[in-house]
Design a protein around this ligand. Structure first.
Ligand SMILES: [Zn+2]
Length: 276
């Protein structure tokens, strides 16, 4: 392959790999990394590099990027991305102390439409101070219905995180469905007792106990407490009735099925306790 630049026609016939290779060859940041273009490096390790921006917004404006040429964030290996993001706060702190400045703006333009100008993924750390004259990202607000987007976004984010966590062998923490919650309560006598006898305490615990909070998300604890009380009372009555039926063999038996039915209705009721 010759060193001369490919013509426009040649470029159109290139494979995606060839295009990426050409981009990398022309990438000023890759040239900086290779030492072919001078720069002011302020930090470097095996995965990332930070340099002073040659067109700084203010004094101390730096660019942080992965060492390996990658055009967009989704293509950066997870390990490298984690390394970079994990260390952003330290780099930001370093900038604040080194400049010095009071705060920083950390900025990523993710794609051309979003203002990405460089073919090499990077983010900006810009030192900030009162009256520095820089614009904050403060677009005019619009009157947009939140309800319309809530469900599609929630569903899309949940699906995305579910598939991601599955790949990592983890599961997304979600509140149990009604039947599962009823089972969980039934299998935990202490929890059941607490809900029946001390709903206020349960509500208080939910403020700090993430597991409880997740378990009872969207559940009206007072209503749940009342329903459980009714169920327990009905069970007790039923047990007493069965006991007395055994003793009084001659007693009319038609009351028993009715009681059982009533108890069944109460158990069914547990699935209706989730309305706020
Ligand atoms: Zn590059």
């Amino acid at each position: 392959m010759s060193d001369s630049e490919p013509t426009e026609e040649e470029q159109q016939n290139m494979s995606p790999e060839q295009v990426a290779e050409l981009q990398k060859k022309n990438c000023v940041f890759c040239k900086i990394m290779a030492g072919e273009v001078p720069s002011h490096k302020v930090y470097e390790d095996d995965k990332m590099m930070a340099i002073l921006d040659i067109y700084p917004a203010v004094k101390g404006h730096i660019l942080v990027m992965p060492k390996k040429h990658t055009q967009i964030m989704p293509l950066i290996p997870q390990e490298t991305l984690s390394h970079i993001f994990k260390n952003v706060k330290y780099l930001s702190r370093g900038v604040k102390q080194g400049v010095p400045s009071t705060k920083t703006t950390i900025f990523i333009a993710n794609g051309g439409v979003a203002g990405q100008q460089s073919p090499h993924f990077l983010f900006h750390i810009i030192p900030r101070d009162n009256g520095d004259g820089l614009d904050n990202f403060n677009p005019p607000t619009k009157n947009i219905s939140q309800d319309e987007l809530l469900e599609p976004l929630k569903s899309s984010l949940t699906k995305m995180m579910q598939s991601q966590l599955q790949q990592e062998g983890k599961v997304l923490a979600q509140p149990p469905n009604k039947d599962d919650l009823a089972k969980i309560i039934d299998q935990n006598p202490q929890l059941k007792e607490a809900i029946i006898n001390n709903p206020e305490q349960v509500k208080k615990e939910m403020e700090t106990n993430q597991k409880l909070k997740l378990l009872f998300q969207g559940v009206n604890i007072d209503k749940l407490s009342d329903i459980l009380k009714q169920i327990e009372t009905a069970k007790k009555t039923l047990a007493e009735q069965e006991e007395s039926t055994k003793k009084e063999e001659e007693a009319p038996k038609q009351t028993l099925p009715d009681k059982k039915k009533e108890n069944k209705n109460l158990l069914d009721n547990i699935t209706n306790m989730f309305t706020k």
